[in-house]
Design a protein around this ligand. Structure first.
Ligand SMILES: C[S@@+](CC[C@H](N)C(=O)[O-])C[C@H]1O[C@@H](n2cnc3c(N)ncnc32)[C@H](O)[C@@H]1O
Length: 669
């Protein structure tokens, strides 16, 4: 019986635990009066979490620290006045696709996506700059090119030309603490913001190499909590070994893997070799294999698990077993290790009782009996049995070469060294173990868009509807590069073209498979369905300043232009589509919902996801228009503040909607 607790709960401890749940990064360790180490809350950090202003705090503590950390945290919490402007011309299937390609700095993008995609993303993959001394110079939210750095360093000779000492720059970079600090300051706010987007059972994979792996692990411990750590996976991307200057011939890099709270790996399909081990067939035609019921490996003795040591009674005529001794089941058998020590079974007695039909005893050479259980290849829930991924990833499909070759097969003459495309095989593997067929996937350092390629391919293979959101900075291509000479001015140009071409190639492939399949067969039907549901489109959204003008003039300074802005607060040059996406963002409506346009009473109206939202940004809206729209009963409706034909319409519109469509939420821009 439970004892009465003769004291009130330790609220301080309980509160600390709640805070730790909400803010794992604020948990630290401190020394108690008796010298023991105990858990504590870092109040400086907590205060920082709750405010966008900086707070100072000097105490010693166990944590990862670097100059600039507080500023980086403040940066994560600081709001941005930006928006996403759609670019139809660069998109594919703009109206219907559910995929997004966001062009701009990922810090802004992550902030803009916070409300809409809070707890929505199942898997994040990122491949940030590795901080090799050449790939990254920190400038708050920009990866600076060498030329810019030259300019900033301001080293000019007497004729005004920049003097740049490559060697000095690199040495200085990689040897100084600043080098790591800047990288950490770049990644920290981005990781924090991305964690909010992950679902509870979501997971993040981060590619990294020797340069920052130790720092990244510590940083993720802080952001995701130490319990979020799932693995540090070496990925062999160059089996021969790189012929670099370093201490050894490098063959691998890493992926650091963290969960938000309760991720379960789906594992991977079993290899043919493993499947062939299921070499028995039961009377219903199901394949299975026998496994020994005696535990082998760690904790396999009676001493360690006394409950799992019990007799199983064997019928020597046919090998059937029972947990009770009967006339037929007369031979008691126990788990015994080969050295004679008492072992233990794998299953508890109750489990063995429940699954007695799966057990069979077989006589060994020394005439003692051993007990085996059946393991079927097919599984009720997962279909065919799957297996765990190994802790190191080795295989041709993970090689750097294969990444470059795939990219070049779609876009020739794009230099692998400059763009470091990841192998599609690596991303396919991640998608396989981490995503279900309708999951949302995010890559906010997307480079040449390998992630989008893999997501589309995976969907083509299993008929899934996974969606992707990619973010990429329009970082200029090196003017001397082949890519630049072939017309690609920035990495986003390459990324978008990659998604276009990969989409076409994947669709073609599937069509070729359909042509080969026998019409009317199951295969034919399945491929047809996959082709129908395959989404190879993407909506391009570009990060820009807000659509709304900020008007701070004093009345006596008002120019004619500024006066016009006072009446209509929308910046010049912004299109209705721009306003629509701002509204979607502000309202937290999925940016990947289908959009249609209709003309009602001569005005252009956008309908998002049928009638989830109706938006009209035209001017001269009349009561007749409002009535016609209200009859469509949209869930939300939005107009421009200066859009009404008269003040009377502006006043009456709420009444019109109240009467005709009382559930519509109304807003003006
Ligand atoms: C190592 S590459 C990613 C390669 C990618 N995994 C692929 O398969 O092509 C890192 C990319 O992150 C981009 N990047 C760096 N800082 C960024 C930022 N602040 N916002 C968005 N993208 C950024 C760089 O332009 C670069 O293309």
């Amino acid at each position: 019986m439970d004892k009465l607790k003769l004291h009130t709960p330790d609220f301080a401890e309980a509160n600390a635990a709640k805070l730790a749940d909400l803010f794992p990064s604020c948990v630290t360790e401190t020394q108690a009066a008796d010298g023991s180490i105990k858990r504590a809350i870092d109040f400086d950090l907590l205060r920082q979490e709750l405010s966008s202003d900086l707070v100072e705090g000097p105490q010693e503590r166990y944590r990862l620290d670097w100059p600039g950390k507080r500023e980086a945290l403040a940066l994560a919490n600081a709001p941005v006045a930006k928006t996403l402007r759609p670019c139809k011309e660069e998109s594919v299937d703009f109206e219907t696709t559910r995929n997004l390609y966001i062009e701009g700095d990922n810090l802004d993008a992550l902030k803009l996506l916070q409300e809409t995609y809070l707890n929505q993303v199942k898997m994040i993959y990122i491949d940030p700059p590795y901080n090799t001394g050449k790939d990254f110079i920190y400038d708050d939210n920009f990866s600076m090119s060498r030329e810019e750095y030259e300019e900033r360093a301001g080293e000019v000779d007497e004729t005004g030309n920049a003097m740049f000492d490559e060697e000095k720059w690199q040495q200085n970079s990689s040897a100084s603490g600043r080098f790591h600090s800047e990288w950490l300051s770049m990644l920290y706010p981005r990781l924090k913001l991305s964690k909010n987007l992950l679902k509870g059972d979501g997971v993040i994979f981060i590619s990294v190499d020797d340069n920052e792996v130790a720092n990244l692990k510590r940083l993720c411990d802080e952001v995701f909590g130490g319990g979020g750590f799932l693995g540090l996976v070496p990925v062999v991307n160059n089996a021969k070994g790189r012929n670099d200057k370093g201490f050894q011939a490098q063959t691998h890099e890493y992926m650091v893997v963290y969960q938000k709270s309760d991720f379960t790996s789906r594992g991977v399909a079993m290899s043919d070799e493993k499947k062939s081990e299921y070499d028995c067939v039961d009377e219903d035609g199901n394949k299975f294999q026998w496994r020994d019921l005696r535990k082998r490996g760690g904790a396999d003795t009676r001493r360690e698990r006394p409950n799992l040591y019990y007799p199983i009674y064997v019928n020597p005529e046919n090998g059937s077993v029972s947990l009770r001794s009967t006339i037929e089941h007369s031979v008691a058998t126990y788990p015994v290790k080969s050295d004679g020590e008492d072992g233990r079974w794998r299953w508890k007695k109750e489990t063995a009782e429940d699954r007695i039909d799966l057990l069979l005893a077989r006589q060994k050479r020394d005439s003692s009996w051993g007990v085996s259980y059946k393991v079927f290849l097919g599984d009720d829930f997962l279909g065919e049995r799957r297996e765990k991924t190994k802790s190191a990833w080795v295989g041709k499909e993970f090689s750097t070469d294969s990444g470059t070759k795939t990219l070049n097969s779609l876009i020739p003459k794009v230099d692998g060294k400059q763009f470091t495309p990841k192998p599609v095989g690596q991303l396919l593997r991640i998608c396989e173990i981490a995503t279900d067929e309708s999951d949302l996937i995010l890559d906010f350092f997307s480079g040449t868009a390998t992630t989008a390629h893999a997501v589309m391919q995976m969907n083509a293979e299993d008929g899934g509807n996974r969606r992707h959101i990619l973010v990429q900075l329009p970082e200029p291509c090196d003017p001397k590069s082949q890519a630049f000479k072939s017309g690609y001015q920035s990495i986003t140009d390459i990324g978008k073209e990659r998604v276009r071409r990969a989409g076409v190639a994947i669709r073609k492939d599937l069509e070729a498979k359909l042509a080969k399949a026998k019409p009317g067969s199951d295969d034919h039907g399945a491929i047809e369905r996959r082709l129908d549901s395959l989404d190879t489109g993407f909506r391009v959204l570009k990060i820009d300043s807000s659509n709304m003008a900020e008007v701070y003039y004093q009345p006596d300074q008002l120019t004619q232009d500024a006066l016009a802005l006072q009446v209509d607060n929308v910046k010049k040059g912004r299109k209705p589509e721009d306003l629509l996406f701002q509204v979607l963002l502000n309202w937290g409506v999925d940016l990947g919902l289908p959009i249609t346009e209709e003309t009602i009473e001569g005005k252009k109206v956008f309908f998002v996801d049928d009638n989830a939202l109706a938006a009209c940004f035209d001017t001269g809206l009349t009561e007749g228009f409002c009535k016609a729209l209200a009859k469509r009963e949209p869930l939300r409706a939005v107009f421009r503040d200066a859009g009404y034909a008269s003040d009377a319409t502006k006043i009456n519109i709420e009444q019109i909607f109240k009467t005709l469509s009382p559930h519509t939420e109304l807003k003006t821009l």
